[in-house]
Write a protein that binds this ligand. Structure first.
Ligand code: NAD
Length: 285
């Protein structure tokens, strides 16, 4: 049976370290600041942003939850981004996806100052990640949290076969870059992939971020693999489930994340970590 990666406990540990760093910065008269921009009233987005705001406040950040109605126009959101770009008390700006159709999300992402792009989605930051450049730049928080899991659970990545299911800019693509930069042999798959199970069965490290409940079954996983389930799917019953058939895949995997209690808490912990990083980079170099 697989060992279960305890994302909640790991997030607690990381948050404790973050709190100590925030306290240290505050001794220098610096309070890290984060703003989360939420458009509309999508219930899941409301919960995610509220959780981020609460955690940031609890850890001692200046935290702003900036809400706009669903019918807000592009110019209003762009003006808010510009305002926070210029606000010296703000280190990280995050725009919660999904955005309503009338908004040009790409233009909004591209308008965020790269050194305040706490979600790591600006093309400059993504480009640096893909080029494996040295130096300081933010990376998407979900993949960052997964890399922390590998580190804390002593998962060796060098030379391993890593398969990522799902190629979004938020999860799959930065995950592939991070794993490849860590010398794993990386395969990035999507809905267009032919015979996905034949590929996932090769994986020593399998990361699933497709948004498809129970997509990955026991027979799709190699014995002894490390399986990370990013998916969050709400079933008709109201129950949350991942993209992996946890119960059966646990029989063959070596390490596995549950949903809930795996990647989710680590995403928020990584967002907090990255906000402090960005405050330190901006103020202390
Ligand atoms: P997305 O919809 O932007 O991308 C999904 C990707 O999966 C696409 O590249 C698509 O081609 C691929 N895909 C879909 N079905 C597939 C299939 N049957 N076979 C192979 N590939 C398939 O999604 P996203 O934003 O990357 O999110 C993915 C999932 O992860 C969602 O359930 C989302 O809620 C969840 N998520 C969780 C966290 C977290 O903190 N735990 C963070 C972000 C996203």
């Amino acid at each position: 049976m697989a060992e279960i990666i305890d994302g909640r406990q790991l997030a607690k540990d990381v948050n404790q370290e973050t709190k100590q760093r925030v306290d240290k910065l505050r001794e220098q008269g610096i309070q890290p600041g984060i703003v989360v921009i939420l458009v509309g009233d999508d219930p899941a987005s409301e919960i995610y942003t509220r959780n981020k705001h609460r955690k940031a406040t609890k850890l001692g950040f200046k935290s702003i939850l900036k809400k706009f109605p669903a019918d807000v126009d592009q110019a209003t959101v762009m003006a808010a981004v510009e305002q926070y770009n210029a606000d010296d008390s703000i280190d990280g700006i995050l725009v919660q996806e999904p955005l309503p159709d009338q908004l040009d999300g790409l233009a909004i992402t591209n308008a965020i100052r790269p050194d305040k792009d706490v979600d790591g989605l600006h093309p400059l930051n993504l480009g640096k990640l893909y080029a494996n450049q040295p130096g300081h730049y933010p990376v998407a928080c979900t993949p960052r949290g997964i890399m922390t899991m590998f580190d804390r659970y002593n998962v060796d990545l060098e030379g391993k076969n890593a398969v990522i299911v799902g190629r979004s800019i938020l999860v799959g693509k930065p995950m592939a870059a991070l794993l490849n930069n860590a010398n794993a042999t990386t395969c990035l798959t999507s809905i267009h992939t032919v015979d996905l199970p034949a590929i996932t069965r090769q994986a020593d490290i399998l990361i699933v971020a497709a948004g498809s409940p129970h997509l990955i079954k026991e027979e799709d996983v190699k014995e002894g693999a490390v399986v990370i389930d990013v998916g969050i799917n709400r079933l008709a019953s109201g129950k949350l489930t991942g993209d992996v058939d946890f119960e059966n895949v646990s029989k063959v995997a070596k390490l596995i994340t549950p949903v809930p209690g795996g990647v989710g808490p680590m995403t928020i912990a990584s967002l907090m970590q990255q906000t402090v990083d960005m405050a330190e980079w901006r103020h202390n170099g």
